[in-house]
Unconditional design. Structure first.
Length: 81
């Protein structure tokens, strides 16, 4: 692992770029669309959402480790809910 500061900065920078990309892809909302049912994106239907969730999990793990140095991060598959 690299130092926590450099890893954290790199992850935050990557997350910021990914969040910007996701925001640009989102359609603008209007009052006309409020009455329509919308299908929420899923990991299977939206690869960008999957990347965002994956990156966010890493950022969260680093934040927890910096706040609680005794915390142990585990590796495993994501869960559906």
């Amino acid at each position: 692992f690299s130092s926590p500061a450099s890893t954290s900065s790199s992850a935050v920078s990557s997350s910021s770029r990914l969040l910007s990309a996701v925001a640009e892809e989102q359609p603008s909302t209007s009052q006309e669309n409020d009455d329509q049912d919308e299908d929420l994106p899923t990991n299977d239907s939206d690869p960008t959402l999957l990347k965002l969730r994956h990156t966010s999990a890493h950022v969260m793990a680093m934040a927890v480790q910096q706040t609680f140095p005794e915390a142990q991060v585990t590796i495993g598959p994501w869960i559906d809910n």
